[in-house]
Structures are given as C-alpha cells and as structure tokens.
Ligand binder design. Sequence first.
Ligand code: MRU
Length: 333
Amino acid sequence: MKVQGKEYRAVWMDGRDVVVINQPLLPHRFALLRLKNHRQTAHAIRTMIIRGAGTIGATAAYGMAQAYLENANLDRAYALLLHTRPTAVDLKHALDRVRAAARTPAEAVAEAERIADEYVARAQRVARAGFPLIKSGSRVLTHCNAGWLALVDWGSAPAPIYLAHRKGRQVFVWVDETRPRCQGATFTSWELKQEGIPHKIIADNAAGYYMHRGEVDLCIVGADRIAANGDTANKIGTYEKAVLAKENGIPFYVAAPSSTIDLQCPTGDHIPIEERDEDEVHYVTISGRRLRVTPTGTQAGNPAFDVTPAHYITGIITERGIIAPGQLRRVFR
Ligand code: MRU
C-alpha cells in the first residue's frame, strides 16, 4: 500500500537485513528500522515493533533466513523465533516452511520471499472474495488492526473495504480503538486515512450503542488463529463484538488467509492465549511517552486475545471464498 505516494510492505529483506516499518512510532512518525540479525528480528516480534499475524509470520520467516545466512544454530534460532508470540499460528507455519524447504542460505531466503509474496497474493484474493459484501453506503465495524501493517500488504479485514473504495463504492468504517495497545486507533485509522476512506474511531465500549441504533451494517475482523471447528482467536474484545452483532442481527465476518487456519487445533479451547504485561493496561503510551492511568499498587489482567465461538461467525472470508465456519475442514484439508 502507499505511504506518501510510495509503495511499501510492512516487512521485507534487503541483503542480510530485515527491514520493517517501526510501528510503535505510528501514527505520528513513519520510519523504517533495519534488523541486522535473527536475534534483533526475534526481539522486534516479541516487543511488537512489528505485529499482526501475517507480518509476524513473514518476519519470522525472514528471521529464520537470517539465521541460515549467519550460520547460526538453526534449532536454537527456530526456538527463539517461535517463542516470541504464542497465539498467531502464522508464525509456526512460516518457520516450519523455511526449515522444511531450505538446506542452504539461498534456499532459506527464497522460501521466506515466497512466504511474504504469498501473503500479498492471498490478501488480494481475500479482498476480491469479500468485495461483494461491501455495498455503496455500507457502514462496517472493525476491531484492532488487520490491515496491511498486520499482513505484509493489503490486510485481511480491511482488504475488501480497500478494494470497494478503489472501485468507487462509498464505504464508512467504525474503528474500535482496541485497548490496551490501541491498534485500531493508531494503525487502522492511519491506514484508512492514507487511503482516504471515511471513518470514525470509537471507544471500545461504544460499539453496542452504534449497533443498537442501526448504524452498523456488518462487522469484519481479522484473526490470529482459527481452529478447525471455526472458533476464532482475535484481538481481545472481538468476542463481545460478535455477541453484540448477533443480538442486533448484524452479520459478523472473520477475514483471514488460510495460513491462519490451524486444522491441528480442534476447537478454540486449545488455542494458547498470550497474557501480556499488566503495564499495558496501567499506562497509556503515545509516541514513546508513558502516562499511568491507574492508581499505583493496583493489579491488572491483560489477555491479548479472546476466542469467538464459531456460532457467532456468519462466514470466514478466505482466499478460497467465503466459507461457513463448519466447512473449514472440508475446504482446507
Ligand atoms: O497483538 P497484535 O497487534 O499482534 O494482534 C494481532 C492483531 O492485530 C489482531 O488480532 C488482528 O485482528 C489480526 S492480525 C491479522
């Protein structure tokens, strides 16, 4: 996607360096960061300098390729990268692919590039699959950031919206701010602004208000891991939006490439949920400046994801079309 008229991806490889968009600086500053070795790349994933399921997967693949180039211990590099973030299954899929495909550094780089390119190709197909859902005048609610920053390019949940907008359809987006890290308020709104798509950021607890007033036509969210039965892990707060959508008769779609589907995982109960540092709840951080919003000495819980049971999901928008949650095994076996 374009930033100030120039095409970017969220991550790419330049020689032996992995280059990423330095996401914590957004939305106020757009800057790139060079990661010089697989340890720096693992650190960037763990500390969320890059984030989002697909971007995590592609970055991990590049990190694994760096390990080959460095002649590092590949088992240790694999473990280091794998244990950076537990919920997004794209990470494991990407690392396994590089290890299975590569005996030489050149083969590892080539496989990592293929993985990144496939994210882009799949995202464009997700855009086309979801496009018919976006009518002129549609008001779409989304949660967190499943845009191009989160999936190398194009994204998943906003991809049909980007396509509809480029084809001239009037579309409006409600953007949940997505506490505690505010990926909606910072990243999704920034992406939509770059594309010139009308939107409003709303407090996380305002979604029900707008749904009940009839101001939301459909919801589209991304995913970090989809179990074989269709249960879907996505950013914390997704589950309650799905329940509200059902209560208000609003279709609720999940958009994701097939690399996010984990057929080895039978149900959502088996998806590992990342628990993050409670300081993310205690503090608000904007452009590196931290402000505590809770009394000192209080405790906070901070699950990064929740699981939306399949029966709340109208359909899963994938590169193979819109699939009923119960049909995943049949389509992707
Ligand atoms: O913790 P993050 O920012 O890496 O969370 C991932 C997400 O951005 C969302 O859950 C998103 O909706 C799916 S990522 C394609």
